[in-house]
Design a protein around this ligand. Structure first.
Ligand code: S3P
Length: 171
């Protein structure tokens, strides 16, 4: 029985967490929430300004607060930010009360999806391709540690959502 557990979408930037999350919330009639939006509301400024004015550590502290709060709610489809895996407490809390799924995509797909993006502070400086490769490599073990993995490169958001809904119902 799936009950009313949260569905928590984890994965690198550009793996489709927000678009899949919206599809899933419609399909399952659950409430969609995007962690970055909650953080932006709380800080009163966009993610890029939090990073620029207060530093990444301030963003991670807000991310931790929001993760802790959302993990205590139910019936949500949560799109996390790509760096949520950096603090093991986030994954521990989400896993305790929800169904955590890691979305993956090939570096080529991620690069294609993010090439025109200007909103992500970690991809702003220098060579975007190199930044993506370095971050992906550093974080790979953290993403790999999540038992439920879904490859998104060749699937539409609706198809990914359908797959996740099936697995959610089956566990
Ligand atoms: C980040 C990913 C972003 C956002 C912030 C940091 C990361 O979210 O939280 O820019 O560290 O990977 P998305 O994965 O939704 O782009």
């Amino acid at each position: 029985m799936s009950g009313n557990r949260n569905i928590v979408l984890v994965g690198f930037m550009g793996t489709g967490k927000s678009s899949v999350g919206r599809c899933l919330s419609k399909a399952l009639n659950m409430t969609f929430t995007d962690m970055d939006d909650r953080i932006v509301e709380r800080a009163g400024k966009p993610v890029s300004r939090i990073f620029a004015e207060e530093g990444e550590h301030a963003f991670r502290a807000l991310e931790r607060e929001v993760a802790s709060e959302l993990s205590r709610q139910s019936g949500l489809v949560i799109a996390t930010g790509g760096g949520v895996v950096l603090n093991p407490a986030n994954i521990r809390d989400f896993s305790a009360t929800g169904f955590v799924v890691c979305l993956t995509a090939t570096p080529e797909t991620i690069i294609a999806r993010l090439k025109d993006d200007t909103t992500r502070p970690l991809l702003r400086d220098g060579n975007k391709l190199e930044s993506i490769r370095a971050l992906l490599m550093a974080r790979q073990p953290l993403y790999d540690a999540i038992p439920m993995q879904v490859r998104t490169s060749s699937l539409s958001p609706d198809a990914v959502a359908h797959l996740i809904a099936e697995r959610y119902a089956a566990t």
